[in-house]
Design a protein around this ligand. Structure first.
Ligand code: PLP
Length: 402
């Protein structure tokens, strides 16, 4: 027995108690509106500006380049809709086929108004080939949007190279770094990105607050119009406590990221090694090395179709993990578009188990998980495991290559 094991940090992370204590005053005593001129308002304004500097410092940006939004999704929408609306004439976007819905949906929306969009394919690891980007660029390409890290399979894209190609061509480069921020070093002085989306709740901050980095000089049109807050790019009274929490979470991430990432990689590799030793039909999905530190996406040969029963059995046994992304939980049972794009057949594409570790995950939790998992896989209703999977062969090839 014991407390529950939360291994779904790519869906959301628990608020760090050190963040919570800094937010609390702004929910109670210091409740002013940052646009008010009185003392209460000035105090709130000061808190928002401190947080802006903290978020900017996470990737070497200037505070004036940070626009707070209501979520990572909104940051993605502002980057895509805002940059296309700011231009004139025909527009072309290049993105990938495995982006988050926060990127894909605004692209599809723009297609209805005549904007051309190319969705780049990915390989079996979920990687975009920079040569494919080069080939897709056209004279009218205004924006390239490729995520830094994929939420479902954990694969890291070669964004520095992709950004350089986009910039050489004269296009804007946006990256959805919602999963990557706070887990790997991103520095706008080295990475030539124009727009970067972030979300506080993926780095032990609160839900309902995000940010868009907008490189100095990049023109955007707002998508939320009103009182002109956030330099006119995102009208609405600021979520002061949320923004304070985002700033505090970013400051902690900046300080602790390197050590935390090292610990998470160690724990991830330990889990994977134990799985391989004890469960030969388990296989890793996504890139073995170019992946988020605490992220594992697993398949179980012969049992891919039963992932929902597996999730239920694990949940009942005290373990929270997910299949694919939380945002697509309502499409449960359908094959994952991302795995299909990676070349999986529709049966195998149903079957991923996403196990994502976080700041407070421990080795003893991993050990308990390793005891619970085989029992959950053997639960009545789940097909017998097979270990004759062709993916296993692919996996060993992948390992040999790296
Ligand atoms: N982009 C990626 C890659 C994500 O994983 C998520 C959340 O799952 C988002 C965007 C959306 O962020 P938010 O939940 O803040 O809207």
């Amino acid at each position: 027995m014991g407390s529950r094991i939360y291994f779904d940090h790519s869906a959301t992370t628990p608020l760090d108690p050190r963040v919570f204590v800094l937010m609390e005053p702004y929910l109670l005593d210091d409740f002013g509106n940052p646009s008010s001129l009185h003392r209460e308002g000035r105090k709130a304004r000061e808190a928002v500006e401190t947080a802006r500097a903290q978020v900017a410092a996470l990737f070497g940006a200037a505070p004036s380049e940070i626009v707070f939004t209501g979520s990572g999704t909104e940051a993605d929408n502002l980057a895509i809709l805002g940059s296309i609306r700011a231009g004139t004439g025909s527009a072309h976007i290049v993105t990938s086929s495995i982006e988050h819905a926060g990127v894909l949906e605004p692209c599809r929306f723009l297609e209805r108004f005549g904007v051309k969009v190319d969705y780049l394919p990915v390989d079996s690891y979920g990687l975009v080939d920079p040569e494919n980007l080069r080939r897709a660029l056209r004279p009218e390409t205004r924006l390239v949007s490729i995520m830094a890290a994929n939420n479902v399979v954990g694969t890291l894209q070669p964004i520095a190279e992709l950004a350089r190609i986009a910039k050489q061509h004269g296009a804007l480069f946006h990256t959805d770094a919602v999963q990557a921020a706070g887990k790997m070093r991103l520095d706008v002085n080295e990475l030539p990105a124009d727009l970067i989306s972030l979300s506080a709740h993926k780095l032990h901050g609160p839900k309902g607050v995000g940010a868009l980095y907008v490189r100095d000089g990049v023109e955007l049109n707002p998508i939320v119009l009103g009182g002109g807050q956030e330099r006119g790019l995102r009208s609405a009274t600021e979520n002061v406590a949320g923004i304070v929490g985002f700033g505090a979470a970013a400051a902690l991430a900046r300080e602790e990221m390197e050590e935390e990432a090292r610990d998470l990689v160690r724990l991830r590799e330990y889990l994977l090694a134990r799985l391989r030793a004890t469960m030969p039909h388990a296989y890793l999905i996504g890139h073995p090395v170019k992946r988020l530190p605490g992220h594992l996406c697993l398949g179980f040969a012969g049992q891919e179709g039963e992932v929902l029963q597996l999730l239920t059995a694990l949940d009942e046994a005290g373990v929270a993990v997910s299949s694919g992304s939380a945002c697509s939980a309502h499409h449960a049972g359908a094959p994952s578009e991302i795995l299909l794009a990676m070349g999986f057949d529709s049966q195998r594409a149903k079957g991923s188990l996403r196990v994502t570790l976080g700041r407070f995950s421990t080795e003893s939790e991993v050990n308990r998980f390793l005891e619970i998992l085989p029992r959950a896989l053997a639960a009545p209703g789940l097909a017998a495991a097979r270990d004759d999977s062709p993916r296993n062969v692919e996996l060993s090839v992948a390992q040999a290559r790296n």
